[in-house]
Ligand binder design. Structure first.
Ligand code: ATP
Ligand code: MG
Length: 559
């Protein structure tokens, strides 16, 4: 099951040592999202890593909502995150956990820290707290509240809990070392007042633990063995360990940090993605242009393609930026193997085959996938009038143009070779119809006269087809690093990231379209049935108005 040819990453090495030495009996990891937005491609890395390690080593992985920030969190986000994790192909151990499940315990431990004279209620304003903290070059100063008695601190903390203070009036801090070279250790705040209703605990609390205080203790309560997070938490590790040493925790997890996934032309920050939604740059969190897991799902990226991409990025301690084409490569690789083929004409041009009987209909059989017989066959309907793409016809052209030209032949995919005689134009000189002939006896065969067709084009019957709308996406940002160095990413939003094509005509097999994997519209690209098709009764399948998102082009043509 496990790929033994791939070298181990540094976390796998640690885990294998821990298992060998008996330090770890069963690997227990967790994925700890804050439910303040939808998950993005960066989170997919954390999910694949945490769930993947558990799977690889016969362990388990928890899903824990790190919900210590009620103002920014919402159950909508909780639900979307659950869906995304499952869709990516992972199953969490047992029930879902919430840091808020531990608020009572965390409060009890805070009281114990106070009793041990290791925590105090501080009334410095935010501004003053910052000043007192010092800087990287300069030691901090002790708060004037640092040496209050245990009794006074207990009373003050209780007053905080009872809501007797306003937000910002005071906070509970741990007493560590205001001169520590590590800023995180300069008496960090562990409880703040927030008079907000919490999505899980309602109005029970008006004091909330800090991330640093809650996270490691959550890990300890859940028996996490390897707590994997991103590099920005390296400086927090001594604090993580300080809590574990100074509290009577039931277990001792260890924290390990790896580098975040950054992708060029892409933003991976929930806050900034939320801004795109809030300001209407995109339609929703799951807009197919978004680098969110839900956006990629709606666009037609498959769970496997995302997992394969993540796998290709490796797990290291070195920050870097991955080229978005590496993600697109993984998508194409998977879709090429798994997408059913279909024909769809994007810009229909009528072709009348004058030597084909008016009343005749022929049924042709084509494979759903040219390399995979198991995917079965589909039926194409051939008639005297067909549509081809406007791009696939020219009155005259040089030899490089291997499509339909007057006096020349082309093969209709899975059907006859045809030859064009003339074309009809409207009053503006625009070609509106091509008059052509079929070459008899050429379905699946070369013509008897030996004059072969140079190219193959897609087509649909003009009588029997399915009308559809295609949404063609381009990159959302024109800048390779839209938010680097504090740049305003709104300025590099690509105004042409969505192009809507209506009146496209697809073959009849799409009357009952598959909705679990994109189609390969032959010669055009990969297209995935959009959720709007089903949700909008006006445009529902019953009305044969299908909407497809272009998942990705057949080849990388981006300049
Ligand atoms: P954001 O800045 O987008 O809000 P976050 O780190 O604040 O990201 P969390 O919900 O706290 O979001 O993230 C859950 C987990 O996913 C954390 O363990 C975090 O380290 C990890 N994670 C977030 N972004 C990335 C990324 N770009 N690459 C790898 N892991 C990430
Ligand atoms: Mg975070």
């Amino acid at each position: 099951m496990n790929d033994t040819t791939k070298p181990l990453n540094f976390i796998e090495k640690i885990i294998e040592e821990d298992l060998a030495s008996g330090k770890t009996k069963q690997v227990h990891t967790r994925f700890p999202p804050e439910p303040n937005g939808y998950l993005h491609i960066g989170h997919a890395k954390s999910i694949c890593l945490n769930f993947g390690l558990a799977k690889k080593y016969g362990g388990v992985c928890n899903l824990r909502f790190d919900d210590t920030n009620p103002e920014k969190e919402d159950v909508e986000y909780v639900e979307s995150i659950k869906r995304d994790v499952e869709w990516l192909g992972f199953k969490w151990e047992g029930d879902i956990h919430y840091t808020s499940d531990y608020f009572d315990q965390l409060h009890t431990w805070a009281v114990e820290l106070i009793k041990a004279d290791k925590a105090y209620v501080c009334h410095l304003s935010q501004e003053e707290t910052r000043e007192y903290r010092g800087s990287l070059k300069e030691a901090g100063k002790d708060s004037p509240f640092r040496n209050r008695s245990v009794e006074e601190n207990l009373e003050e903390f209780e007053k905080m809990r009872l809501g007797e203070y306003e937000e910002g009036a005071c906070a509970l801090r741990v007493k560590i070392d205001m001169a520590s070279p590590n800023m995180q250790m300069r008496d960090p705040i562990i409880y703040r007042i927030k008079k907000a209703t919490h999505h899980q605990t309602g109005d029970k609390w008006c004091i909330y633990p800090s991330y640093d205080y809650a996270h490691g203790q959550g890990d300890a309560i859940e028996g996490i063995t390897h707590s994997v997070c991103t590099l920005e938490f390296v400086e927090h590790r001594p604090l993580y360990e300080w809590f574990l040493e100074n509290l009577a925790v039931p277990a001792t997890p260890r924290q390990y940090e790896f580098s975040r996934l950054n992708v060029n032309y892409t933003i991976t920050s929930k806050r900034k993605l939320k801004q795109l939604v809030d300001e209407g740059v995109v339609k929703s969190w799951d807009d197919p242009r978004m680098p969110t897991i839900s956006g990629m799902r709606r666009r037609g990226y498959t769970p496997k393609s995302i997992r394969d991409f993540i796998d290709s990025t490796g797990v290291t301690k070195v920050d870097g930026v991955v080229d978005v084409s590496q993600l697109e490569f993984a998508v194409r690789e998977d879709l090429n193997i798994n997408s059913p083929r279909a024909m769809c004409v994007l810009n229909p041009l009528k072709v009348t085959l004058i030597n084909y009987p008016v009343e005749e209909t022929e049924y042709m059989t084509a494979p759903v996938h040219p390399q995979n017989e198991d995917m079965g066959t589909r039926t194409l309907i051939f008639t005297r009038e067909i549509f081809i793409d406007k791009e696939d016809f020219r009155e005259e052209a040089n030899k490089k143009y291997k499509r339909l030209v007057i006096g020349k032949r082309v093969r209709l995919r899975n059907a006859y070779i045809i030859e064009a005689d003339e074309c009809v134009k409207d009053e503006n000189g625009e070609i509106i119809e091509v008059i052509a002939r079929i070459i008899e006896n050429t379905v699946g065969k070369n013509p008897e006269d030996g004059i072969k067709a140079k190219g193959v084009i897609q087509w649909v019957s003009a009588e029997h087809n399915v009308d559809c709308e295609l949404r063609v996406y381009d990159r959302l940002f024109n800048d390779v690093a839209p938010d680097a160095g504090g740049k305003d990413f709104m300025e590099s939003v690509n105004p042409d990231s969505l192009q809507v094509l209506t009146g496209c005509k697809a073959e009849m097999a799409l009357q009952d379209p598959v909705s679990d994997v994109p189609y390969q519209f032959e010669r055009e690209g990969y297209y995935f049935l959009d959720a709007d098709t089903e949700n909008d009764p006006e445009k529902g399948i019953d009305n044969q108005k299908l909407i497809f998102n272009r998942t990705i082009s057949l080849r990388d043509t981006w300049k």
